[in-house]
Every structure is written in structure tokens, then in C-alpha cells.
Design a protein around this ligand. Structure first.
Ligand code: APR
Ligand code: PHB
Length: 389
């Protein structure tokens, strides 16, 4: 079998790329290791930059999102007894959009299926061959049968644990990594959000975040040791700890309820360079990971897809390889800035085991400066709403 672009991974990156290319008449096959239900069972973040929303519009999948999303003009930050707002709309002219990654992925699957997309689930042993030649191909196994797909290009959208990045030879690749000494314990609950805006909280007991999915569904997080297990956190213990880390007024009005999901995510910053090797491109989590503090995970995936989509259209429609040749450089330039922002937000808001009294004073001084200084707030806002593509 033959296709123009083999897309490995049916997460948001792979589906969005497939949908965008299909609308330009470019043929793709998506190979996904799991099932659709499994992919849709993963609970992830839900803050979208406007650039991402525009890409969803271009892909023709923004209808439900535009109807059901929440527009957020700003965010709240608290430390000790202090709380202040960052007004994105006022500082940058742009809000952010709250719409869960699960919903967005569902919309993409529905759109792909409506267009008769070729998505192969339960693929095993996916291998990319001859990516550095003019005739790459991908082999895989489904239901015990082996298959071969010849193609022009391969998009590695298979997340952090996928095969695509590993296909690039070790002597070509360079990985950069920072692992943080804590995780986030997250709880999803069918309770109304405690605040209209997200609240990022720096507390002596550790970081906490009040977020939401809708007017009736909330998402909360607390910083926890990596050695903790969600099983050792009862719902009551979670709510109790959350209340001790968020502003007093918010703690008083917090509505608690049974958790419908509870998990611990480690925090990591990671970038693999380059993001192209011959005819293989890495996109999204396959190439980079950010800690969740700046809500950049999904948004960095979207900017890769933007660059790759335009590069492939330029190649297939005009025979011009400029976008392809510069894909890695363009994508990485934006990625590193999102890495810097997520790393900075993480440092500003968490308790670190090695932090001494001086370090804590530095953190507090930075938070106070941010509260008082419009320029500092503008820098945060510009990064949060998303740097231009
Ligand atoms: N073969 C086929 N599919 C694979 C393979 C493989 N060898 N390895 C992984 N996959 C699939 C996974 O099952 C998953 O569905 O690739 C998909 C990758 O999806 P994600 O991990 O969601 O990555 P991505 O699409 O880049 O999404 C960006 O942004 O908010 C962050 O981490 C969050 O998922 C989010 C990401
Ligand atoms: C979330 O709602 O899950 C969320 C929001 C903001 C973040 C991280 C996660 O920075």
C-alpha cells in the first residue's frame, strides 16, 4: 500500500495534521497503537492558545469547541495571603480558551471518521525504514498480519514513548532534559469551579492549581512528592490539602465532591534536536515535553503541526522544499521559548526540596514585582496566550 504521509500516533497532533492535510487533498494514513476509546480516556489539560483555535477552524473542527468553550480573559495568582490578577485581554488583546483535550480529540476523531480517514488502530511493531532516503516506508503488524506502507514523508506524532524519535540515530540526535523533584496530583470532579478564572497558588505547603473543564466540572492539582501514589490520597485528604494551599476566601466557597479521576503526573522539561531527519518529522510530545505549569503541552504540539502542515502543502502543491528544510529550525525556535516559560512558571510557583530561606525570599520578591509591575505582567501574559507562529 502507498500513501503520501504516514502519521504515527493518533493523539491530538497526529489527528490534527491528518485532518488539515486531507482538506488540501493530501493522502495520509494514521497508525495508532491503542484504540480510540483508550486515547479518549486520557485526561489532559485544557487551555488553548488562540493560534490553536485558529488551526482547529482551518481544519474545520471548531464548531462544537466554539459553542461549548469558556473564554478566559485572565488568570489569578496567589502567594501567602496575597492574590492578584493577570489580565491577558487588557495586556495583550487576546484571551485564552478553555476546552478539554479529551473533547478536542473526540471532535478530531469524529471529523476524521466523517471524512473516511484511514486510521489503523491496535498497530504493533511500527518501524520506520529508510527515512534518510527518497523512498521511506513503514512496517507494522495488526491482528497478527504484517503490513508495509510506502510513502513520501513520515510524521512522528507518537508521543514521548513512541518509536519515531528513537529512529533518529543517536549520533545525530541530542536530548536536553530537566526532571523536577515532584509531581502533580490531579483530581477531576463534577463540581462547579471555585473561581471564574484559574488560580495558580504558591503556598508554603507547595503549589496548587484551581482549573476547570466547564461550568459544572472542575480540575484541581496539588504538588506532591514523586513517591506518593493516588491510592494513598483519599478524596477527603485531597480536598483538605487543597484548601490549605489556596486563598482563604476560595477555600471557604470550594465545593467538593467525589473524584471522577485521580492521578499523579511527574514534571519534566525535555527537548530532542533536530526535529527532522531526512523525510521523518517529529511533532508534539515525540520531540518535547514541558511541565504543565504554563499549559503549553498541547499548544506546543499545535505549533509544530502548523509548521509541518504548511511545509508539506508548500512541497506537494508548489514543489518548494523550503518549509521542509527549515521545519526543525522554525519549530525549535518557538519550542525553546515555551520551554523557558514553563520552566520559569514552575520555578516561580513550586516548593523545591533544596530551596533555602534565601531562595524563598527570591521567589516572593519575584511574585511581588509581578504583582506591582505591568511590564512583568505583560511578559507573562504574552507567553501564556501564546507567542506568534
Ligand atoms: N505506534 C503507534 N502509535 C503510537 C506508538 C507507536 N509505536 N507509540 C505511541 N503511539 C500513540 C499513543 O498511543 C498516543 O495515542 O501516539 C499517540 C501520541 O499522543 P500524545 O501522547 O497525546 O501526543 P501528542 O499527540 O503529541 O499530543 C500532545 O500535549 O498536553 C500535551 O501530553 C499532552 O497528549 C498531549 C500532548
Ligand atoms: C488543566 O486544566 O488541566 C490545566 C490548566 C492549566 C495548567 C495545567 C493544567 O497550567
Amino acid at each position: 500500500m502507498r500513501t503520501q504521509v504516514v502519521i504515527i500516533g493518533g493523539g491530538p497532533s497526529g489527528l490534527l495534521l491528518s485532518q488539515l492535510l486531507h482538506r488540501k487533498g493530501i493522502d495520509t494514513v494514521v497508525l495508532e497503537r491503542k484504540t480510540r476509546d483508550y486515547v479518549l480516556g486520557r485526561i489532559r489539560a485544557g487551555i488553548l492558545e488562540v493560534g490553536f483555535v485558529n488551526l482547529m477552524r482551518e481544519a474545520g473542527v471548531a464548531e462544537r469547541m466554539e459553542r461549548e468553550c469558556l473564554i478566559h480573559d485572565g488568570t489569578l495568582i496567589s502567594y501567602g495571603d496575597e492574590q492578584f490578577g493577570i489580565d491577558f485581554k487588557d495586556l495583550t488583546g487576546t484571551p485564552v480558551v478553555v476546552y478539554g483535550q479529551t473533547e478536542l480529540t473526540r471532535d478530531l476523531y469524529d471529523a476524521r471518521e466523517a471524512m473516511g480517514a484511514k486510521i489503523v488502530f491496535n498497530t504493533e511493531n511500527v518501524e520506520i525504514h529508510d527515512a534518510d532516503s527518497d523512498a521511506p516506508y513503514v512496517t507494522y503488524r495488526v491482528n497478527g498480519a504484517d503490513h508495509r506502507l510506502d510513502c513520501d514523508y513520515v510524521a512522528g506524532c507518537d508521543g514521548f514513548h513512541g518509536v519515531s524519535r528513537q529512529t533518529i540515530p543517536a549520533n545525530v540526535r541530542r536530548d536536553y532534559e530537566k526532571v523536577y523533584p515532584f509531581g502533580w496530583l490531579g483530581v477531576l470532579s463534577d463540581t462547579p469551579p471555585v473561581s471564574d478564572e484559574l488560580i495558580y497558588c504558591n503556598s508554603d505547603r507547595g503549589f496548587a492549581l484551581c482549573s476547570m473543564r466547564s461550568a459544572t466540572r472542575s480540575r484541581y492539582y496539588i504538588q506532591c512528592p514523586l513517591s506518593d501514589s493516588p491510592d494513598n490520597w483519599s478524596d477527603a485528604a485531597f480536598w483538605d490539602e487543597l484548601k490549605r494551599r489556596i486563598p482563604g476566601a476560595a477555600a471557604e466557597r470550594l465545593v467538593t465532591g467525589p473524584s471522577i479521576e485521580k492521578s499523579i503526573a511527574p514534571l519534566r522539561s525535555f527537548v530532542s534536536e533536530p526535529m527532522r531527519w531526512g523525510r521523518l518529522f517529529l511533532c508534539g510530545d515525540a520531540a518535547h515535553i514541558v511541565p504543565p505549569t504554563g499549559a503549553k503541552g498541547l499548544n506546543t504540539a499545535a505549533s509544530d503541526i502548523h509548521y509541518l502542515y504548511h511545509a508539506l502543502v508548500q512541497m506537494f502543491e508548489e514543489g518548494d522544499s523550503e518549509g521542509i528544510e527549515r521545519y526543525s529550525e522554525k519549530a525549535l525556535s518557538r519550542i525553546w521559548k515555551a520551554e523557558r516559560f514553563s520552566w520559569w512558571m514552575t520555578g516561580l510557583l513550586h516548593r523545591f526540596p533544596e530551596q533555602n530561606g534565601f531562595d524563598q525570599k527570591m521567589q516572593r520578591a519575584e511574585l511581588e514585582f509581578l504583582r506591582e509591575n505591568r511590564h512583568a505582567q505583560t511578559v507573562l501574559a504574552q507567553n501564556y496566550v501564546g507567542l506568534p507562529y
